[in-house]
Design a binder for this molecule. Sequence first.
Ligand code: GAP
Length: 594
Amino acid sequence: MSEGAESAALAELAKRRGFFFGSSEAYGGVGGFYTYGPQGAALKSNVEEAWRDRFAVQEGNLEIEAPTIMPEPVFEASGHLDGFDDMLVECAECGESHRADHLIEDNSPLEDAETLSPEEAAEKISDLGLVCPNCGAELAGQSVEEFNLMFATNIGPGSKSPGYLRPETAQGIFVEFPRIKEYARNRLPFGVTQIGRAYRNEISPRKNIVRTREFTQAELEQFIDPERDEPDLSSVEDIEVRLYPATEQQADDGDYVDTTIGDAVEEGIVANGWIGYFLGIAQEWYEDVGVDMERFRFRQHLPGELAHYAADCWDAESEVDGDWIEIAGFAYRGDYDLSKHAEHADDDFTVFQQYDEPKTVERAVVDPDMATLGPEFGAQAGDVADALETLAQRDPDAFDADEVTLDIDGEEVTVDTDVANFAVETQTEAGEHITPHVVEPSFGVDRTVYTLLAHAYERDEVDGEDRTFLSLSPTVAPTNVGVFPLVSNVDELVELADDVAEELRAAGFAVVYDDSGSIGRRYRRQDEVGTPFCVTIDRDGIESEGDTTVTIRERDSGRQVRVPVDDLVETFVGLRAGTTSFDDVLDANEVVEA
Ligand code: GAP
């Protein structure tokens, strides 16, 4: 399909068949907000469930659900109020806002315009002679400003308590760390997941659900002791991945590195073992849910592209319409978040790590003589005692002199060292408090849904007619099985079809019952929404000797097989889980020739 055509065809299908559409259209619509229709809501929920199973349940992690609105101090601490900006350029003619870096990337070979400063971006816009995509007016000479993406609100009446809609679910996890660590019994490493809404006041939302102002993230915060905790790579080391490291992106003849997770970590292409581990399981998960791995890669962030909290980051990217879309980020956040919250909040964001063996250490201590400090310094005596304590930790040699100079609230004071009662004591320590580091796989659920739909969108010809179908994986398809009585005016067929639908629903399958129109049209309807299998109930199956049988038709190939009705649930359990293939079902039963 030509560039852009894939997205356009998908958007049309998505709206017509109820995957997603612009929200509040009855009121003229609002940019960057989408509603998932019945098909889309089911698909998205299945994607979330598959993610939860792989990244929370299978990994033995803890899942939480925090509020989406948080008070201002959270985001002062996290750095989002200061640093969570995009570059905005406004058209002087029509007033339309544009993201400066996207305009530059769309109109030049530059792929990392995000790394430019606002001044450099403004210069680039002038040099390239860029015009407003809305009205065509020249943008040269327009200034480029930093625009903060946070949605602000007030908590309760008045403006005393400003709050913000969270721009990432992660902050809900970091802020609750002092409590969550107790549930993890204070033992590192442990992981905490959250699936939920995040909000960003994007300057120019685009590509329907790819860049929206309200979206769903599935995030995992893995808390580790960087000195001690190593991931077990044995289960992922042989997984093959396509990597696009920063050095290759910067080289003139840079190329992908096709390698395994084991080699990538060993050779330092992926510097952190934990990131390597998560790239491995993500690669497998994306494949399981139906991403076309020929249109998938992991790309490392360029230095200027890193978020304010990240020391290293790899993105999972999928290709749609010739563009690469970031669908997940895998960031090494270090101790940035927990340290910042420890600075700003009144709680303990550390974990006590027991040493393997108790350690004997020498500690500089002071025991200030308050009977002397009190009369001399009055109300400042406590601060002077604290300053002596701090100095003993920082510079014990200072106590070799007769007196020390301290800074008390900007004022220099001199204290006799005798008063400090300085000593070096030998102490036995069982462990230490450390601030855990964080490794974060952060998945965009909407972008995953979009990729799955785009990669599943196919066209072929059946019985001389054009067919559109979605080759969605049975794990995530919104409907698992279509059930059709071949004709709707034969009671026995309708009754059996009702029973089959009911039994499959009772076993947990999403079933669509359809008795209207020709069987071909019913198949086409299900093909278009990605239903992987349809069951047809006909006279032959009821009237033949032996077991009552029905036919199962596979969506992609159109192949059909006659199966005893009593085997249906078991067959579909295997097909949905991927433990049985349709070929296995064909081998074990009577194939129906087309
Ligand atoms: N906690 C880390 C974090 O939020 P991010 O790269 O800004 O990192 C993670 O976002 C993922 O969230 C992205 O890879 C993308 O899939 C999704 N995402 C971010 N902004 C989005 C938007 N405006 N619309 C839809 N999805 C978005």
